[in-house]
Ligand binder design. Structure first.
Ligand SMILES: C[S@@+](CC[C@H](N)C(=O)[O-])C[C@H]1O[C@@H](n2cnc3c(N)ncnc32)[C@H](O)[C@@H]1O
Length: 215
């Protein structure tokens, strides 16, 4: 078996803890889920990238035709499959895959989701271009992304320049690349999407929920 990348190993290592930890902002999570559901149709084929332990995919599955949900980390997908085994759902497939490993020749999707993922991807522009090839024209790309605050600020400086680099050195944090909301939206548009909804969500660092339609 091929060796895991540093990030795949990191996320696999923390997967059981990630699954056990309560959702920090439950109100925000449920709001994201409801907004996302409102863009989905019963006949839709959905791809969720960076699905973690699969909770969102399992909650959305009863509302759509098919869900494929993937994650870089085998540990996350192992837990997702354990959860799936406890459900009576026939329309969900979990698989281990990095964003760029999805082959557009295998089919495109009515909706592609990436929640809490884009700030973890080394080349966000390239990932977004690839995501566009996986989204049907007229389909939606729905993402939530931790962003850099427009004004910077002491807390952001402390987290991004001191806390995270130290944790990365110790192997306790993955790769992260925070961009501003303006940069994020520009990158999504550049990849071939039209933004139809964009909203802030509170958190330790600001998080942006964006729905974009494939041109
Ligand atoms: C912060 S967690 C978010 C999980 C889930 N989407 C959620 O909102 O709870 C980020 C997830 O993205 C995965 N991930 C990180 N980089 C990735 C990449 N390049 N391709 C696919 N998945 C990735 C990690 O393994 C992890 O499960």
């Amino acid at each position: 078996m091929a060796a895991l990348s540093k990030d795949a190993a990191f996320w696999s290592k923390i997967s059981r803890k990630y699954a056990a930890d309560p959702i920090r902002n439950m109100e925000g999570y449920l709001n994201t889920l409801e907004r996302t559901k409102s863009y989905l149709q019963a006949e839709d084929s959905v791809l969720e990238i960076g699905c973690g332990t699969g909770s969102t995919a399992l909650l959305l599955a009863p509302h759509v035709a098919q869900v494929t949900a993937s994650d870089l980390a085998p540990g996350m997908i192992e837990i997702a499959n354990e959860k799936l085994a406890e459900e009576e759902l026939e329309n969900v497939t979990f698989k281990v895959a990095e964003v760029l490993q999805h082959d557009p020749n295998d089919g495109s999707y009515d909706a592609v989701l990436a929640h809490n993922l884009l700030h973890l991807v080394p080349d966000m522009g390239h990932a977004l271009e690839h995501i566009a090839t996986l989204t049907k024209p007229g389909g939606v790309f729905i993402s939530k992304t931790v962003c850099a605050p427009e004004s910077g600020g002491f807390k952001y400086g402390l987290i991004s320049r001191i806390a995270i680099p130290i944790m990365q050195l110790l192997g306790n944090a993955p790769f992260v690349n925070f961009v501003s909301v303006a940069e994020l939206q520009h990158a999504i548009e550049l990849a071939g999407f039209d933004i139809v909804e964009t909203a802030d969500q509170a958190g330790l660092l600001p998080s942006r929920y964006i729905v974009a339609r494939r041109l």
